[in-house]
Design a protein around this ligand. Structure first.
Ligand SMILES: [Ca+2]
Ligand SMILES: [Ca+2]
Ligand SMILES: [Ca+2]
Length: 100
């Protein structure tokens, strides 16, 4: 008899799903993910809604960040949300933050 082999289970941080229903999916967009191999999206810090593809902490919690303070480049910046680009990563407002 062949035993059932469970299908490979992806870590929550790269399974393509919003496991903790916070509108953020996988690393690096979900602040609960320390890496793509993190098993859980839960318990992440709050992220600024202006940067939907990466988790950047709230300005109200961490103060004003500059591009040198974050490990991301060329990320999406939404200007149709409040607050709009609170860390001013997209000074030329072309929708791309921290161009590199
Ligand atoms: Ca996920
Ligand atoms: Ca999530
Ligand atoms: Ca820009």
């Amino acid at each position: 008899m062949v035993r059932d082999v469970p299908l490979a289970v992806l870590p929550q941080c790269r399974d393509g799903a919003d496991n903790d229903a916070n509108a953020r999916v996988d690393y690096p967009a979900d602040g609960g993910c320390a890496s793509a191999e993190d098993e859980s999206e839960a318990r992440g810090p709050a992220c600024e809604p202006s940067y939907p593809t990466v988790c950047i902490r709230l300005k109200s919690e961490v103060g004003d960040l500059n591009c040198a303070n974050v490990p991301f480049t060329n990320f999406t910046v939404r200007h149709n949300v409040v607050p709009d680009d609170p860390h001013v990563f997209d000074g030329n407002r072309d929708g791309v933050g921290c161009e590199a």
